[in-house]
Design a protein around this ligand. Sequence first.
Ligand code: DGY
Length: 313
Amino acid sequence: MKVLVTRRLPGGWIERLAEEVDVEMWQGEIPPPKSWILERIHDKDGILVTLTEKVDKEVIDAGKKLRVISTYSVGFDHIDVAYAKSKGIIVTNTPEVLTDATADLIFGLLISVARRIVEGDKLIRSGLWDKPWHPEFMLGKEVHHSTLGILGMGRIGRAILKRAKGFDMKVIYYSRSKHDVDATFVDLDTLLKESDFLVVTVDLNRETYHMLNYERLRLMKRTAFLINASRGPVVNEVDLIRILEEGKIAGAALDVFEREPLERDNPLTKFPNVVLTPHLGSATRETRERMAEVAVKNLLLALKGERPIYEVK
Ligand code: DGY
């Protein structure tokens, strides 16, 4: 069997894959151009991709023998899953193994923006910490005992909830359905109006694209913060910039953007009350190796006609 792999992955898992099947792999640091995939996929039984490669109708149609698409990510918005399924192609992903790492990063972002950690660091490095301790210097927002709003209550939402309990936070959430969790289910408007910290954990799909637009964001408290580490396009970035310019929320912490990498001169980079990280949710050595293990095992199992560990339904 032959497979195409679009990126090198940590942990020696591609070498193990190569013991069982013929592997053709892109070696570059940046993602392969689509033409590289199109030229090679015609005789491949499977493809292992990351979130930077679009697997659309054109790619799927070019994969004449394609039976499995394994993505090295929990998100699958880069894959036309419905079309793949209509052609009997199995799509797999890597949830669960990255839940805790992502929830940790989200909590880090939340605390950083609330307690002005990045701003303080920049102040010291730029030589501007020139006065001794002062009772009203760089005051932030308290995290403990505040209200955390979680948009979406999947695995990552639950992991954030667990962490929030340790901070004695009141937790409210909105998702498509109620869950058996120790948090209060509210409607979307209430979530926006009552949260001190609003954390986005929903998938990107047709329903959630630009779900947080100007009309919705302006329902948030002026003292509230938005934290997004799911997918950039869930938030309308232009609207968020306007909300920040108008001072309608206290700040934001963002790990994901409408276009990645974020352009150097993007207005988001100008706000001191915005913390930015370059899509690091799952970026720990341990998690990225576990993701590689799952992505490779998913691919091999599905190619052998067995049930993969995680299939996108
Ligand atoms: C994912 O898996 O979808 C994350 O965005 C990157 O790990």
